[in-house]
Design a protein around this ligand. Sequence first.
Ligand code: SAM
Ligand code: SF4
Ligand code: F3S
Length: 454
Amino acid sequence: MTDKTVTLGDIEFPERKVWVKTYGCQMNYHDSERLFSHLKKLNFEKTEEQEDADLLIFNTCAVRDLANQKFYSHLGETKHLKKKEKKPKVAVCGCIAQTDGKELIKKYPQLDFAFGTDVIDSINDFVYRSYAGDNKFHVNTWDRSSDYSIETQITHGTPQAFVNIIKGCDKFCSYCIVPFTRGREKSRRLKEVVDDVRKLVEHQGVQEVTLLGQNVNSYGKENDESLAMLIQALDEVNGLELIRYTTSHPYDVSDELIAVHGSAKKLSPHLHLPVQSGSNSVLQRMLRQYTAEHYLGLLEKLRKAKPDIVISSDIIAGFPNETEEEHRDTIKLLDAAQFDFIYSYAFSVRKGTKAARMEDILTRDIRGRRLREIQAHQLKIQEKIRKEMVGKTYRVLIEGKNTMKGVEKWKGRTDCSRIVHVDSTEENLKWKWRHVEITEATALSCQGKFVTVQ
Ligand code: SAM
Ligand code: SF4
Ligand code: F3S
């Protein structure tokens, strides 16, 4: 037993190492941060080396087949670790564990326990149970209380923090598994979030917060609060530099929120607003509750309120039975919307969703071809938009260094979320704000030089 051993009940926890692999969206990355900060109390330190770890946790994503496959193949590779002297514990959490935890435990002998998305804060109870000899259990219960109250836990020591403001999703878009893996919408109270952010700024040096949820625009509905009200309150927090939020559903973008984009001093001039398709008939089959015209109308209002706003989006190629004409409507929408960038995916069948029950005549090849067409078209638009940045100056938070073609450069992110690289011999710039004038830009990258702004 070392001096640092922690005792819980009748079990001793000497210093150990935990390795966490995170798949999926920012919600999962944020959840992994929570895992680390809880496990610290049980004497676990983070390790990047799987072979060094006493505890392995896979924080999984179920949104598309590819994310699933990656996890299953990584899990398969852990079988040999159980034969080593260390015999690490292996656990799975996140979205696949929520829906398939029981089957996973049965099927994979190397798995010790599985836990779902709504019990993430009980990680230390599960670790205790496992070290106490309880093997092969799974917990995927939902928290039935109407309240959602937490405190943000971070251990990474950077000035950027994710702050959960709403969990779950009530939208049930016909293709999407998330409402089944994350449960019903529940918002934290506005005052709690503001106090939380204030503490992060004062005690942890946080300068930039990203407000998180699957649909942050529905934030606060049950409490007569709203995202617009929350941003206005956070805009007053001293020491906070930048507020971002993600992800939004176009149906819930209110006029108040659009106005706040024009008035809030600290709100990022970048908005990620997933449209999914440019075809009204596909949007209807997706159960998205808006039309392409309504979506473009929102962009117009947002650009009027905040002329330099940068918009990005998500697109799904090859929704079941999508016709060529419907696909072309999406390409047309790209022209009309002028997105700064998009995340685009081929439709992936998710068991249990409405779209999985639709008969579908599209083949993998058709989906692949449409996805490539969407991406190629967007790249042309993107190149034009990025070239217009040349000569303009942006405020940038320097995140670190990157080596490009053998040259080490500083890498930063503008307020509007664009990555820029700067070739400079200046030292100690990490996590400093600088002004950068863009000197060169392509569809995928921007180069610049540091400038002084009076
Ligand atoms: N809540 C956000 C919204 O409503 O747009 C995004 C949620 S989801 C985690 C992120 C993206 O994954 C979606 O915007 C969608 O483009 C994509 N996606 C979700 N389900 C999919 C599926 N079954 N096949 C392909 N892409 C999917
Ligand atoms: Fe999925 Fe739709 Fe909810 Fe987004 S809004 S998480 S796409 S169901
Ligand atoms: Fe994936 Fe779950 Fe996020 S399904 S995208 S990790 S909410």
